[in-house]
Design a protein around this ligand. Structure first.
Ligand code: NAD
Ligand code: MLT
Ligand code: K
Ligand code: MN
Length: 357
């Protein structure tokens, strides 16, 4: 029996809706497999927790999470209760950094049964490798003075180690796919970090002679995600550029509610964290209409991470099948609820199993 201990952090807003729905799917997967078991331990760390305790997670939180095989998280943020930078840095970004989850892998592909907003979406299938530990997301800087002398400095940090690590991951990944890596740069306007980024990209490429590359300035790249996403395979981007590109990735699939993500600890020292691209969606919370697919596809990425890629693929096939058969939440033009979609996915998984026996 393979046994995985999962720390579950639903977080805020629709995280509390899409996470439970996805745990049902994971339990169904375990049932199908027969030799697989998940134990879920839930933690209430969130903006509500902050209002009660003054922190997003307890001091011992990182130590507690260390012992799990993976972290399954929904979304963090409730801007009416807690400023976004406080909630994110106190939980999501804290975990990403403490556990050296140095890359954030975010696929986007043409999805059967979904109406992409693109007139001619073609059959795009891309993965953004987002640098997840430094770059524009940095505590280096500060604020001084007030009134008309008030000022803020925000430094971006690009280390050779961190930059190279994300790029190597992208090249390795491209080697298993269509052998093409695109670098997201902005070396025309950002004069120190981005020419450095380009240099490291050229250096890393020397070790991957079978991989083709392209380099786009981020503005042109964002436009190309809309006009010709089918030309991309793997894209490597800094923390902020990757963040922006992956909301576009969700949008061109048909909804940001579908896009999955994996925060990977690539050195094997700590658990990885699985949470979708979308946030807590305060505008639709409490209505049971949040699309659970982003969270469920994220669970598929967790299965891949655990070496269960075949089961993962089966789950993704069922998600597409259910979508094609119009079991859809309102964001993608349907009338089904969060639980309605998740229940249908569970039912189909069991049904397909019965057919194949
Ligand atoms: N990784 C994270 O936890 C994460 C990611 C993004 C934003 N946030 C936080 O979430 C809060 C809201 O941020 P935002 O509004 O910029 O982004 P958001 O992703 O929460 O919402 C953007 C839009 O997409 C819709 N949407 C998002 N997920 C959906 C789903 N599953 N189904 C249907 N529709 C969905 C929302 O209704 C909204 O209209 C903020 O506090 C922000 O900091 C957290
Ligand atoms: O900026 C972040 O990393 C938070 C959120 O927008 C995300 O994409 O995970
Ligand atoms: K999220
Ligand atoms: Mn984002």
């Amino acid at each position: 029996m393979k046994h995985f201990e999962i720390a579950v952090i639903p977080g805020d807003g629709i995280g509390k809706e899409v996470v439970p729905a996805s745990l049902n799917v994971l339990n169904t997967i375990a049932e199908l497999h027969g030799g697989l078991k998940f134990t879920f331990t839930e933690f209430p760390w969130s903006c509500e927790y902050y209002l009660e305790h003054g922190v997003m997670m307890p001091e011992s939180g990182i130590d507690t999470l260390k012992n799990f095989n993976a972290i399954f998280l929904g979304a963090v943020g409730h801007p009416q209760m807690v400023p976004d930078h406080v909630s994110l840095w106190g939980l999501l970004i804290k975990i990403r950094r403490a556990f050296e989850q140095s890359v954030n892998i975010r696929p986007a592909k043409f999805f059967k049964g979904l109406r992409s907003p693109l007139v001619n979406p073609k059959d795009f299938d891309l993965i953004v490798v987002r640098e997840n530990s430094e770059g524009e997301y940095s505590e280096a800087g500060g604020r001084i003075h007030s009134g008309e002398d008030e000022m803020a400095i925000q430094n971006a940090i690009f280390t050779r180690k961190g930059t190279e690590r994300a790029m190597r991951y992208a090249f390795d990944l491209a080697g298993q796919r269509s052998k093409h890596v695109t670098s997201a740069t902005k070396s025309n306007g950002i004069v120190h970090s981005m020419p450095f980024w380009d240099e490291v990209f050229r250096d890393v490429h020397k070790d991957y002679s079978d991989i083709e590359t392209a380099s786009y300035h981020i503005d042109a790249l964002a436009a190309a995600f809309v006009t010709k996403p089918e030309i991309f395979d793997v894209i490597v981007a800094s923390n902020l550029f990757g963040d922006i590109l992956t909301d576009i990735g969700g949008a061109i699939m048909g909804s940001i509610g579908i896009a999955p993500a994996a925060n990977l600890n690539v050195n094997g020292k700590y658990p990885s964290m699985f949470e979708p691209v979308h946030g807590s969606a305060p505008d639709i919370v409490g209505k049971n209409i949040a699309n659970p697919i982003g969270q469920i596809w994220t669970a598929k990425m967790m299965l891949d991470h655990f070496g269960e890629a075949e089961l993962g693929q089966r789950l993704l096939d069922v998600i597409e099948e259910v979508t094609e058969d119009q079991f859809k939440t309102p964001d993608i033009g349907g009338e089904y609820t969060t639980n309605g979609v998740a229940d249908e996915i569970c039912a189909r998984l069991l049904q397909n199993e019965a057919v194949s026996k």
